[in-house]
Design a protein around this ligand. Structure first.
Ligand code: CAA
Length: 275
């Protein structure tokens, strides 16, 4: 029970890695706030957690909307009393070759993968930095595990053909992570990134399967064309894609006090890709 009496907020937790992380945190005793753009999958994750005697609440909405980060975290604290862990996981890809990429494509991907985490973390200052600052001023030890996990990607670390926007954003979030680690470390708040390789989610399935996400009135295809997919998926020492449970494991390890002296780090959960 690594997260007994702890409160975890995960964005984009209706499916895939976010949903698996929500369930894993709950198995380890956390009360979990499940955010997603879509209410239905978020509520399904909550129902699954509750049926296993866990505690969870769904707070659907877009993390890119003005004021939503504050509302999401206030809802978490209203329901469960505090915040321990924030996981900035929500995201989508809008791939295209750089020489054809539109400003809108670039902006949308930077907004969801860098602007939204920045705003979530700024909104979390009230719930993570402030109580820790008060404890420090009173000469008390920090009473809680307080930390932030930002989801990055192998594309951010190494670049990826067709992903100039996403690679830039996912490297940007590593700079954000290191800066928060340096600014909030004095208050005992840790901030780490987890960079995923090819985890089996709708982002990495065959584009031909037709998975898409609707953003700003665009139906954006998710996935990798079948022709390029095999090489991408197996091009790592483990020779396979990862499961969403394995991805969730990386998040949960870094959020737990087992990693209590780790901050500003990027954990690569990639099957060894890029070593
Ligand atoms: N390197 C350089 N140029 C290349 C290239 C390559 N490997 N492959 C194609 N090109 C060039 C072609 O020569 C052609 O050039 P011209 O315009 O001069 O003729 C051009 O690119 C072709 O452009 P198209 O738009 O027609 O190419 P497309 O139909 O293949 O679509 C794409 C491009 C949308 C990027 C598509 O290839 C794609 O979806 N690729 C997958 C991208 C990918 O790996 N996404 C990862 C998703 S998983 C994820 O993101 C999760 C995570 O964190 C890991």
């Amino acid at each position: 029970m690594l997260f007994q009496n702890q409160v975890v907020v995960i964005t984009g937790a209706g499916r895939g890695i976010g949903a698996a992380a929500a369930k894993l945190f709950a198995q380890h005793g956390a009360s979990v706030v499940v955010n997603d753009l879509d209410a239905k999958p978020a509520e399904a994750v909550v129902a699954e957690i509750e049926s296993a005697e866990g505690a969870a609440v769904a707070v659907p909405g877009s993390v890119t909307e003005d004021g939503f980060p504050e509302n999401l975290l206030d809802a978490a604290v209203d329901r469960f009393g505090k915040l321990n862990v924030l996981v900035n996981n929500a995201g989508f890809t809008w791939d295209g070759m750089l020489h054809k990429m539109t400003d809108e494509q670039w902006r949308a991907v930077l907004e969801i993968h860098t602007m939204a985490p920045f705003r979530m973390i700024r909104a979390a200052a009230k719930h993570l930095r402030e109580p820790a600052k008060a404890e420090l001023a009173a000469g008390e030890p920090f009473s809680e595990n307080r930390c932030i996990i930002n989801v990055s990607s192998t594309s951010g670390l190494h670049g990826n053909v067709g992903q100039a926007n996403y690679a830039t954003a996912k490297m940007g979030v590593i700079g954000l992570t290191k800066t928060v680690a340096k600014e909030w470390g004095r208050f005992g708040v840790r901030c780490n990134a987890v960079a995923f390789g090819f985890i089996d989610t709708r982002m990495t399935r065959a584009k031909e399967d037709g998975e898409s996400i609707e953003v700003a009135e665009h139906e954006i295809a998710q996935g990798i064309p079948e022709a390029a997919r095999g090489r991408a998926i197996t091009g790592n020492p483990l020779g396979r894609s990862g499961t969403d449970e394995e991805a969730a494991g990386g998040i949960v390890i870094m959020a737990s006090t087992l990693a209590g002296y780790v901050t500003g780090h990027t954990l690569e959960v990639t099957g060894g890709a890029g070593i």
